[in-house]
Design a protein around this ligand. Structure first.
Ligand code: ADP
Ligand code: MG
Length: 496
């Protein structure tokens, strides 16, 4: 295999912070090359350099043996490099044919768009790739998986011989993933080069020829997939350096479940098409159940079902032994459910003062007239002290607080009238160590008061630091339960 693309000594900083440090990377003609690494390791940044999105960096890029620089994605496209970004960039209101031709519609002699020619060439192109979809269909009406395939088709149609796919499978159902992989194999056999970024290590090892592992801004290892296994990849992703040990929970923690406490939440056979299926679980009073899985494993949607935001299609939910129908958030709240979504912006009002945000949850329980600002301030003031919210000023606009402190305010909402069940989605994402620690303490405090708590996260550290028992979800199903046993980050990654 000869190198189509070679990068050497690539360093990239954002505002003085290094996202990539002296990275070497090479891609052969006709190979599928996997990129893996934890969130923030630098995978997307390196690929955006190759695709001309980031023009400012140090180091050298060689294409076909010649040094190249791209000032824009258009430059990269002109040299046959195309990228399908983590966020889809299809236009939902246009037809499939228009999306395939995006930016390069065929025109008649007088500059009019040749609609019929466009449909015909799109149909031929899609059929050639084995993608069975009518080019007249409105893009937005297709399932996500097909939209993704059409986007791949668009990149190829633009003449790409090097295709970068940034986490293309995180939102796909298994049959769609199989279809995508079939397409990738055919493209490879036709001599195209493909970079495939994914958290699903089994998939990477199954479909790629080589794999490169990123850790903390560096490419730490590249090997032929046939030579390595999942264990090898995980060890390199996490690192075994001394200073990383504590941070990454390499050492196992011991789980202790509360087997004699009262059952508060019972879920049976919960299913939502395209998100998760046949999920059963229970949580006892004073217990924290952690649900871990990669992005796209269905756990974030499951959390939404428990608060009636995104109701399930099938299955049963019981709270304190009574069947509840969580068809709306109002019903969920009445049933004793509370929810903290991963995006705080959904729940909080940045321009409103801290005290208003902290008391939102009780507004429908007490008479609005009774709840005067002075009383609200009093209630919120107590929480601010208890939760060590900084600065300790309830009159301050919430948006001026750091992310970690906003999260604490979001938690404070549920402290005045305790819920029966509290569902937390990504409760410590993006927080500094101190704020994380505070959130862990708050959650433990709520557990002491007998609340049943569910923590869903895509970060192993989050469930390891909070949970008494852990479920692992993979592609919509619960694949493993960890209870009363030692569990570590690498064990979680291994089964996910
Ligand atoms: N446009 C940007 N501005 C500032 N920082 C960025 C930008 N893009 C990425 N980063 C930072 O660079 C690092 C690597 O990010 P990224 O390449 O997206 O990682 P990965 O794709 O492996 O999850 C992270 O710390 C991220 O916060
Ligand atoms: Mg990325």
């Amino acid at each position: 295999m000869s190198a189509l693309l070679e990068l050497s000594g690539i360093t990239k900083t954002f505002g003085g912070v290094a996202a990539l440090r002296a990275v070497d990377f090479s891609l052969a003609a006709g190979e599928i090359h996997g990129l893996v690494g934890e969130n923030g390791a630098g995978k997307s940044t390196l690929m955006k350099i190759i695709a001309g999105v980031h023009a400012e960096y140090q180091g050298e890029m060689r294409l076909d043996g010649h040094s190249v620089t791209f000032a824009s994605p258009r430059d990269a496209r002109a040299r046959g490099i195309g990228m399908v970004h983590q966020e889809l960039s299809v236009v939902p209101d246009l037809s499939v044919a228009e999306n395939v031709h995006l930016g390069a519609q065929p025109v008649h002699r007088f500059g009019m768009i040749d609609w019929r020619g466009m449909r015909r060439s799109a149909a031929a192109h899609l059929a050639n790739l084995g993608i069975d979809v009518d080019p007249r269909t409105r893009m937005g009406s297709l399932p996500l998986g097909l939209q993704q395939l059409v986007e791949v088709a668009r990149v190829l149609f633009s003449g790409a011989r090097l295709i970068i796919l940034d986490e293309p499978t995180s939102a796909l159902a298994p049959p769609e993933v199989e279809r995508l992989f079939g397409l990738l194999r055919r493209l490879r056999d036709a001599g195209k080069s493909i970079v495939f970024i994914s958290h699903f290590l089994d998939d990477v090892l199954a479909i790629c020829d080589r794999v490169t592992v990123f850790r903390n801004g560096q490419a730490v290892a590249t090997e032929a997939c046939a030579q390595v296994d999942k264990r090898w990849v995980i060890d390199r992703m996490i690192g075994t350096g001394h200073e990383e040990l504590e941070e990454s929970y390499l050492a196992a923690i011991q789980l202790h479940s509360q087997s004699d406490a009262k059952l508060v939440l019972q879920v049976q056979g919960l299913t939502r098409a395209g998100a998760y299926r046949d999920v059963s679980l229970c949580v006892r009073s004073g217990e924290v159940l952690g649900i871990y899985g990669f992005l796209g494993s269905g756990q974030l949607e499951l959390a939404r079902a428990l608060f009636g935001v995104l109701p399930a299609d099938l299955g049963q939910i019981m709270v304190d032994g009574r069947v509840v129908r969580l068809s709306s958030t109002t019903r969920a709240r009445r049933a004793g459910m509370a929810f903290l979504p991963e995006s705080r912006r959904l729940m909080l009002f940045g321009t409103e003062p801290v005290f208003k945000n902290a008391t939102i949850a009780i507004l429908d329980r007490v008479d609005r007239l009774w709840l005067r600002p002075s009383i609200e301030r009093g209630i919120a003031g107590g929480h601010v002290r208890q939760l060590r919210i900084r600065p300790p000023d309830v009159g301050r606009a919430l948006g001026t607080l750091s992310g970690g402190n906003q999260q604490k305010v979001a938690l404070a909402k549920w402290l005045t009238h305790l819920p029966r069940v509290l569902v937390l989605s990504e409760p410590t994402r993006g927080m500094d160590v101190g704020a994380k620690d505070d959130v862990v303490k708050i959650v433990r405090g709520l557990r002491e008061q007998g609340i049943a708590i569910v923590v869903v996260s895509t970060e192993p550290e989050t469930v390891l630091s909070l949970a008494d028992r852990i479920l692992v979800m993979k592609k919509g199903s619960v694949v493993r339960e960890f209870a009363d046993e030692p569990v570590s980050k690498d064990r979680l990654l291994e089964v996910a």
